[in-house]
Ligand binder design. Structure first.
Ligand SMILES: [Zn+2]
Length: 453
């Protein structure tokens, strides 16, 4: 049935024959020794064993013109900007895949290694953690270069299609209370339950080789001391176990303000993983939209504006204040003011748009993007969607440095727009205009790749 559907579409006038090639490869990136873990500042000791291996996985696609596109997914907390930049340079030099056609996405598991060196010398075990993060990152880097190369060596004629299903365990986690917005389940808050799926099959469409799937939900069922991919790791593990020969790859969506509920036990992480894997399997019962034609990609940096930046006097007052987190952030900013005299007024933010033929647009936004972005873009492009183009919006792509609130979330306050910033190096929360800057850039880039409005 699926084959007949695909054949009819391919014979339709004006639809290019697919002619794509696809290659897949994966690498085990589980730390080989105990080290500090990422995601929860409250941790006071390093890892104690492995519950589930962590992987980096690559899909390389090539079209008739030889244009290549690499999708790389990581069972890690995030992607440091330097890693993205260095990798893009190396991958272009070695394999001819341009930076605009390299897409990286992190699952944001909070049971993976710490990649970022501690920002403050008074952080617990700062020196040890700095060495560990550097050593691990270097090993990771070599594995990423290698896994992309192996996926490229695996290129063979393929049929690639898109479909989607839905899955329900993600819930909005910003609950309005009389003390402001609290991190608790909010059943009436916005969610995005779509599970987009790319199906990579053999040229005759009979053998599935890869399933790339997305979901918009923090990968934080767990917070224990063992390495584990959390629900996303289990969804991938179950799909690969139940479909031998398939490489399953998870792409995190705009889940900045979404949590898996219920949570906090290994069994729940496995249950959510099973739910998500089942949703992916449900798509295999549906007709996939065949993708073909040209692979196009573009990536741009926009200046994402901060709100008002405190003066030196204001930072000094905070540094001497009673709020410990705020004081630590203020000391960081004062140190930077001593070194550089001014603080940046914007963040150099990466927006990537990939078009897999005319039928699917994949948007890669950096940072911990809240769900409003996916919902707004889907809404604004609904005319495009009615023309047959599908839109997949991923967060946590290419550079994961902090939260990206919408104007609405900024106006509400709370952890994502405000207090989370105090753990990092930015001087102030983003300005409400940031949302329009990002959305405007997505539209501009999409049009620059020939998409219709
Ligand atoms: Zn997060």
């Amino acid at each position: 049935m699926r084959w007949i559907f695909a054949a009819i579409v391919c014979l339709a006038p004006g639809v290019a024959h697919a002619g794509w090639q696809a290659g897949l490869a994966k690498a085990d990136i589980t730390p080989t020794k105990s080290m500090w873990m990422a995601g929860y500042a409250a941790r006071t000791s390093p890892s104690e064993g492995v519950e589930q291996p962590l992987y980096a996985k690559a899909l390389v696609l090539a079209d008739d013109n030889g244009t290549q596109l690499a999708i790389v997914t990581l069972d890690l907390i995030g992607i440091p900007r330097w890693l993205r930049e260095d990798l893009a340079t190396d991958v272009e030099a070695k394999y001819g895949i341009t930076p605009s056609h390299l897409f990286l996405n992190a699952s944001h598991t909070h049971c993976g290694p710490e990649l970022r060196e501690p920002l403050d010398s008074d952080t617990v075990n700062s020196a040890e953690r700095t060495v560990q993060a550097r050593e691990y990152s270097q090993e990771l880097y070599a594995k990423l270069v290698d896994v992309i190369g192996r996926a490229r060596s695996d290129l063979q004629p393929a049929r690639v299609g898109y479909s989607h299903a839905r899955c329900g365990f993600a819930m909005n986690r910003r609950l309005p209370t009389d003390k402001g917005y609290q991190n608790s389940p909010h059943p009436d808050g916005p969610v995005d339950h779509v599970v987009p799926v790319l199906r990579i099959a053999s040229e005759d469409d009979k053998t599935v080789r890869g399933l790339v799937f997305g979901y918009a939900c923090h990968n934080t069922t767990l917070g224990f001391q063992k390495f584990c991919g959390d629900y996303a790791g289990y969804a991938q593990e179950y799909l690969e176990a139940d479909h031998p020969g398939v490489q399953a790859m998870f792409v995190l969506g705009c889940g900045g303000d979404q949590n898996p509920y219920p949570r906090r036990t290994l069994e729940l992480a496995q249950r959510h993983g099973r739910s998500l894997a089942t949703a992916v399997e449900a798509t295999l019962e549906t007709p996939f939209i065949p993708l073909g034609g040209t692979l196009r990609g573009t990536i741009a940096e926009v200046a994402l504006p901060y709100g008002p930046i405190p003066t030196r006097d204001e930072f000094t007052a905070r540094a001497n204040g009673t709020n410990g987190l705020e004081a630590q952030h203020a000391r960081r900013m004062l140190k930077r003011l001593d070194e550089e005299t001014t603080l940046s007024t914007s963040y150099p933010y990466l927006v990537q748009v990939l078009r897999l033929g005319d039928q699917l647009t994949l948007v890669g936004l950096s940072g911990e993007v809240v769900v409003d972005y996916a919902l707004r873009l889907q809404h604004e492009l609904k005319d495009g969607l009615s023309n047959g183009e599908r839109l997949w919006v991923a967060g946590y792509s290419n550079d994961v440095f902090g939260y990206i609130p919408s104007a609405r979330v900024l106006s509400e306050g709370g952890y994502e727009p405000y207090s989370s910033m105090l753990y990092g190096t930015r001087p102030a929360p983003f300005a409400p205009e940031a949302e329009d800057v990002i959305v405007g850039k997505v539209h501009e880039l999409r049009r620059s790749l020939g998409a219709k409005d």
